[in-house]
Design a protein. Structure first.
Length: 109
């Protein structure tokens, strides 16, 4: 269940962060409420994750996938542009998360 909770935590965090841009500095109520709910649920779920997955591994997955998904949300929702160096850097982050999950002995299987 740890990886299911981690996936849900990441999705909630991505929703919260995407809404953060839309909140316009917390001046718009609807998106601001989504930010608070998204982050609140995300941190609750991440707390559950840490019961079964080592903290460093869980955070690496959280951060790596979160960066990529938030960048994609920025492209889709906010029409932001990613240049080649940005995409390359994100690819390296994903590769690092893959190395951790494939080769690390600290990953719970």
């Amino acid at each position: 269940m740890g990886y299911v909770y981690l996936a849900l935590a990441i999705v909630c965090e991505v929703i919260g962060t995407t809404a953060l841009k839309s909140s316009d500095g917390f001046t718009r109520l609807g998106p601001s409420l989504v930010v608070v709910a998204g982050y609140g649920l995300s941190f609750y779920l991440f707390g559950q994750v840490l019961k079964t997955i080592p903290m460093g591994v869980a955070y690496a997955i959280w951060a790596g996938l979160g960066i990529v998904l938030i960048a994609l949300a920025g492209v889709i929702v906010h029409k932001q542009f990613l240049d080649f160096p940005a995409m390359l850097g994100m690819g390296l982050i994903v590769a690092g998360v893959a190395v951790i999950n494939i080769f690390s002995k600290t990953v719970v299987r």
